[in-house]
Write a protein that binds this ligand. Structure first.
Ligand SMILES: *[C@@H]1O[C@H](CO)[C@@H](O)[C@H](O)[C@H]1NC(C)=O
Ligand SMILES: *[C@@H]1O[C@H](CO)[C@@H](O)[C@H](O)[C@H]1NC(C)=O
Ligand SMILES: *[C@@H]1O[C@H](CO)[C@@H](O)[C@H](O)[C@H]1NC(C)=O
Ligand SMILES: *[C@@H]1O[C@H](CO)[C@@H](O)[C@H](O)[C@H]1NC(C)=O
Ligand SMILES: *[C@@H]1O[C@H](CO)[C@@H](O)[C@H](O)[C@H]1NC(C)=O
Ligand SMILES: *[C@@H]1O[C@H](CO)[C@@H](O)[C@H](O)[C@H]1NC(C)=O
Ligand SMILES: *[C@@H]1O[C@H](CO)[C@@H](O)[C@H](O)[C@H]1NC(C)=O
Ligand SMILES: *[C@@H]1O[C@H](CO)[C@@H](O)[C@H](O)[C@H]1NC(C)=O
Ligand SMILES: *[C@@H]1O[C@H](CO)[C@@H](O)[C@H](O)[C@H]1NC(C)=O
Length: 456
């Protein structure tokens, strides 16, 4: 009789927990499938601003600045690529702080040869270490741009160009069309250039204000759908109250051993691993992952670690399985209802992203500069970790129904694949977890460690 009772109440718990998590999932899905609109960063965009600084006999000199107004999506190496189509027969005489990837056909010109004669030029940033006489402010970072929340001082990138065969006044100049921004892959869609009020520049001593002769803006927005990326990240879960470790979903980012390109991976015990990795040809930025059941370059593990009277504690570990990438300035966005009562966070930076004003449940986390802002390539050093201490709000706090686990996680702006809700570790029995035996705790700890450092 008693056995029956227990199992039916367990069944009940399981059914309700599935139901609640299903609701969350639907809620999340309704946002993640929306194109070019990110509920966690509704105004996030990249704005490209052209400031005409002077007119020349056959055109103008402009400073172009790319501002990354996205809270948590940055542009990492190999950096941005900006393209457009000229409205007339413009050419680029010269550039500072950037260059076009192709010169095009300049055979019409004698004597002075332009930098670029293409109808649709493609511009890239110059590399660090560019001679000073070819630089402008905010240039020459190899096209890398920080996200706005993480490092606003480095969230812009500029170059200067001198345009010829163009209009020479604000009535005759034509704005370029069809802007394209790659970062470096697809994902961004740019709107038309709009003429806006000329930018005002304040001198460094703040005693004089100058202004551009003419300014236009282009706004580009990101959509993960357009980027058409397979997932790059997955989530695994564990807790002190249940020894089950819920791994990343099988094939979350691809399936192993399929002889296809996407199914190739490297066994961590391969002899001469380093030389295999460095010889792996082709596109050096495509992931070269360690063989795992999930095949993701990144795994985020959320471990519910401790339960205190007033607080509870979580350990977050990000593991890099990609031999081909040191993630610089990585960031994590995590949604959990207890973030409005986050009390302490160790060794990560924290910023609340408050997309819904009153609801304060989403946090952006990133590493400290020169300490753990670099997530090293796969291997013994390829992980970063932190612990979060939350204050319990008695009206909402519970370890039941998977409440202690995150609702969603983004790594570098891309949605991470969560385990199926019905697999979440559940509370064994209403109260027994409060009296976990030291032996149980020890076993849980050991298996978690084995999982984190092993090759699960
Ligand atoms: C782009 O982002 C900026 C800063 O968040 C915002 O002021 C602006 O309105 C955004 N532009 C568009 C078109 O969303
Ligand atoms: C062009 O410049 C004139 C003054 O030189 C100014 O009155 C006019 O508003 C400008 N037009 C635009 C579109 O900026
Ligand atoms: C700009 O792009 C649109 C749509 O992609 C195309 O129809 C149009 O011809 C392009 N304009 C130019 C000047 O290339
Ligand atoms: C144009 O872009 C600049 C820089 O991103 C921004 O400060 C300005 O508000 C924008 N103007 C309009 C009208 O969106
Ligand atoms: C390889 O993947 C394809 C499609 O992703 C699948 O149809 C096929 O069965 C897989 N082969 C093996 C050996 O797993
Ligand atoms: C990552 O950084 C380490 C140390 O700086 C370097 O040895 C390694 O080659 C880098 N790996 C990649 C893929 O860039
Ligand atoms: C959100 O929660 C954090 C952590 O408790 C707090 O520091 C921040 O002020 C809150 N923000 C809002 C808008 O409530
Ligand atoms: C948790 O945060 C909310 C909103 O900031 C606040 O109203 C509530 O009192 C906090 N609870 C505790 C236990 O601190
Ligand atoms: C731990 O959670 C799993 C679900 O992931 C469940 O199957 C198992 O019964 C739970 N363990 C205990 C002791 O309740």
């Amino acid at each position: 009789m008693e056995f029956l009772f227990i199992s039916s109440s367990r069944l009940f718990t399981k059914v309700t927990s599935c139901f609640i998590l299903l609701l969350y999932l639907l809620f999340c899905a309704s946002f993640t499938t929306t194109e070019a609109y990110d509920a966690l960063d509704p105004t996030g965009n990249i704005t490209i601003k052209w400031d005409i600084m002077s007119w020349t006999p056959d055109g103008y000199v402009a400073v172009v600045t790319i501002y990354n107004f996205q809270q948590y999506r940055h542009i990492q190496a190999p950096g941005w690529t900006l393209g457009w189509t000229w409205a007339k027969k413009e050419v680029i005489w010269s550039m500072l702080g950037g260059q076009t990837t192709e010169q095009g056909d300049c055979s019409k010109f004698k004597g002075n040869i332009p930098h670029c004669c293409k109808k649709n030029p493609t511009v890239v940033d110059l590399l660090p270490g560019t001679p000073y006489n070819q630089q402008v402010a905010n240039c020459c970072k190899g096209g890398v741009i920080s996200s706005w929340a993480q490092d606003p001082a480095n969230a812009a990138s500029s170059f200067q160009l001198s345009v010829g065969s163009a209009g020479t006044s604000n009535r005759t100049v034509r704005v370029p069309k069809n802007f394209t921004l790659k970062a470096p892959g697809p994902g961004y869609t740019c709107g038309p250039a709009k003429i806006v009020r000329p930018t005002k520049f304040v001198s460094t001593d703040k005693r004089r204000v100058t202004q551009a002769l003419m300014t236009w803006n282009v706004t580009c927005t990101y959509s993960q759908f357009l980027a058409q990326k397979t997932p790059t990240c997955c989530v695994s879960l564990s807790s002190f109250y249940n020894e089950t470790i819920v791994p990343c979903q099988k094939c979350a980012c691809g399936c192993q051993n399929n002889n296809t390109q996407s199914g190739s991976c490297i066994e961590p015990k391969t002899p001469h691993l380093a030389s295999v990795v460095s010889n792996s040809e082709s596109n050096s930025y495509s992931p070269l992952v360690q063989c795992t059941s999930h095949m993701c370059p990144i795994r985020v593990h959320w471990h519910v670690k401790l339960n205190y009277k007033e607080y509870w504690r979580v350990k977050v570990t990000i593991t890099n399985f990609n031999y081909n990438m040191n993630y610089t300035q990585w960031n994590l966005v995590v949604q959990h209802p207890n973030f409005d009562n986050l009390t302490q966070i160790f060794s990560f930076n924290y910023k609340s992203l408050t997309p819904y004003g009153a609801i304060n449940d989403t946090a952006m986390l990133w590493g400290f500069k020169f300490y753990n802002d670099l997530l090293m390539q796969a291997g013994p050093l390829g992980n970063v970790q932190s612990e979060l201490l939350f204050r319990k709000d008695k009206s909402t706090f519970t370890f039941e129904k998977g409440w202690a686990f995150p609702r969603r996680i983004y790594f570098n702006g891309d949605n991470c694949v969560m385990p199926p809700p019905d697999s979440y570790p559940w509370l064994p029995n209403a109260s027994s977890f409060l009296f976990v035996s030291p032996l149980n705790l020890f076993i849980t700890l050991l298996s978690t460690l084995a999982f984190l450092y092993g090759y699960a």
